[in-house]
Design a protein. Sequence first.
Length: 361
Amino acid sequence: MKRVKYSNFLILGVFIYIIFQLILMLISKSTSTLVLEKENIEEKITTKGLFVREEYLIKSDVSGTLVLDIKNGEKVKQGQIIGKVYKDEDGENTNKKQIEALATEIKGLEKQKEVEISSIISTQIKTKQDQIKLLKNKNEKNTTYVNALSSGIVCYKYDGNEELYNLERLNSLNEEDIKNASNYYKNVIDNERNIKKNQIVARIVNNNESYVAICVNHKEANKFDVNKNIKIRLNQNEVETVVKNVYQNKDYDVVILKITNQNVEIYDTRVKEFDIIYTQAEGLKIPKSCVKEIDNKQGVYVVNQQTKKIEFVELKSIQYENKDYIFIDDYKNDIEGIKTVRVNDELILKPNSINTNIRIK
């Protein structure tokens, strides 16, 4: 009778073991995992920005015909000639033709002098050289030069708001300024066109002093720390900026971004809607549903690919996190040999006391 009881217990034990293993196998197969890959993170807001620059307009001192020497978007030095205004264009052209003709005659006389020594030829050359000097002096008196007052980028468009939106007003801009601003850039003048006295010739922009002002709510303003590098995306082009200042108001904050790289398109833009990228990085993206804290260490459960056992691995070199994800700087970890999660590690998505103590099939 006892043997029968022992036999029944043995059969029951084997049955329970089999059932337990089946349950573990089902849990193993139903446990969701994630294979880590490198991903890019980009967090942004889309808003309207007002561009403010150190810039000034250059006007012609005289009436005449304008000929520009510098192309739009080129950088000039202080005092560099941007263009010339000819008061008598017909006389200018006539003098130029005469100068060219005299220069050709001088070359012919110099060749003749090589084979024939004659004081008459030398006198003729000297006379024609004096005539060229006289004609050039006439042209100089007929020509007024347009010079850059300071170094910067030459632009041949303006909107008339250069004095309204200047650096002196940068710290007092408000939501209404940004909201009501508009783009109305027009060409100052075409090359080789008649120009009147005091007419605008060009606009010079100091590319080292260009800013953009944006308006954000108080929560968004927390993402803009002073001196933080921020990118703005303007028509698929990324422009580097740095947070210069943040001015708090009752209902909103004004953020001032200083542009740190040259972009010709910006110089002819007063206001525009664009993406502001306040976080941009590459790393291992880990859902927070994977993360557990053990002994004050934040980590995840990783499947050992050889033993199929579950191992707890502490997260190190966290470069960014939000309410849903943690990003690990795997490049730093590889360079410095820091032991933590790696690319292609398999994580338990929703770890618990059961699925962290089994083998994953």
